[in-house]
Design a protein around this ligand. Structure first.
Ligand SMILES: CC(C)(COP(=O)(O)OP(=O)(O)OC[C@H]1O[C@@H](n2cnc3c(N)ncnc32)[C@H](O)[C@@H]1OP(=O)(O)O)[C@@H](O)C(=O)NCCC(=O)NCCS
Length: 291
């Protein structure tokens, strides 16, 4: 078994490892991460087969570690530790990175603590199966879709980048610019709130994910309006999102819309514990893999 730099041809096997864990993962996202910081992405290979992986997304002053997976037949032999060590070496050598984040599976927190990560907060995964019975079914979907496309017609890219940087205390434009192109984006009339959603490819069920979803000053009414419009456009499909546990407004809005908590991860940080405005972050931008 050896660990080497990840190459694009590895991504099919990386995706298979993620899907075998039941993770919500998609190829567009994996490609984006690999393109954004190839030096930080590694694979463990045994007999020409990918048996483990780790990926890093690098923002201006922070980085995100995701997709740390070891094939179950190769676990508890130090492969996960070695992969994480490889990613950390790149990041520790870069003095411009002041915080390293990840969303840990509860069973993996001890592994990360050994590398100096500390718990920041819990992250709840919310899910909703279809729209029947929710507030979105009571509105005229076509009308809502039309109004949202009007409001998003002129790309509010600079507003989105600004709001996100206020929430996270960092510039994440390297990824956000791409997400704005790839995902559906709903914004409020004034530049204080947005919600993106996208269809996950390659999943057995028709599944959408919401994220990022950010609202300045946590305005519950604005947040609810964005969600309502997103659900009306998504239609009768399952929807998931990852939400910081201390965002009470998100919890209320999601419960009212018929979502339920289906899982938990632990948001952890290494180096400088961040000053993130969790009250403004209603959904992370990915399902654990890049922020
Ligand atoms: C987490 C994971 C990558 C560890 O890989 P690994 O090759 O087994 O790791 P190592 O052999 O280097 O170290 C094992 C450590 O994994 C941790 N661990 C993670 N999941 C565990 C589990 N289900 N049972 C026991 N230990 C687990 C333990 O803390 C253990 O540390 P210990 O030596 O102090 O007991 C692997 O278990 C995995 O792929 N799990 C599923 C995907 C996942 O949860 N990834 C982490 C997402 S944040």
């Amino acid at each position: 078994m050896n660990i080497r730099r990840m190459v694009p041809d590895d991504l099919e096997e990386v995706l298979s490892l993620a899907l075998a864990e039941g993770w919500v993962s998609d190829m567009c996202e994996l490609s984006l991460i690999l393109r954004s910081y190839p030096e930080g992405c590694s694979t463990a290979v045994s007999e020409c087969q990918v048996v483990g992986c780790v990926m890093v997304t690098r923002y201006e002053h922070s980085a995100w570690i995701g997709n740390l997976i070891v094939d179950r037949h190769y676990r508890m032999r130090g492969v996960g530790t070695e992969l994480l060590q490889t990613a950390m070496v790149y990041l520790d050598n870069d003095s411009t990175i002041t915080s390293i984040y990840l969303n840990a599976a509860p069973t993996a927190t001890r592994l990360y603590e050994r590398f100096g990560f500390v718990t920041v907060c819990n992250v709840f995964r919310w899910k909703k199966n279809g729209i029947s019975g929710s507030f979105s079914s009571s509105r005229n979907a076509a009308q809502l879709a039309a109004s949202s496309s009007q409001e998003t017609g002129m790309c509010r890219r600079e507003d989105i980048l600004w709001l996100d940087s206020q929430c996270w205390g960092d510039c994440r434009s390297v990824v956000l610019k791409q997400l704005i192109k790839e995902r559906s984006c709903i914004t409020s009339k004034d530049p204080t709130a947005f919600l993106m959603y996208y269809k996950i490819s390659g999943m057995p069920e028709s599944l959408y994910a919401i994220g990022p979803w950010e609202v300045e000053n946590g305005g519950q009414e604005i947040a609810s309006g964005l969600l309502e419009r997103a659900l009306s456009q998504i239609g009768d499909a399952a929807v998931v999102l990852d939400v910081p546990a201390q965002n009470d407004a998100a919890c209320d809005v999601l419960q009212a819309a018929g979502f339920m908590v289906v899982g938990r991860t632990v948001f952890m940080c290494h180096k400088k514990v961040p000053d993130i405005r969790f009250g403004n972050v209603l959904a992370f931008l990915s399902m654990g893999s890049m922020g």
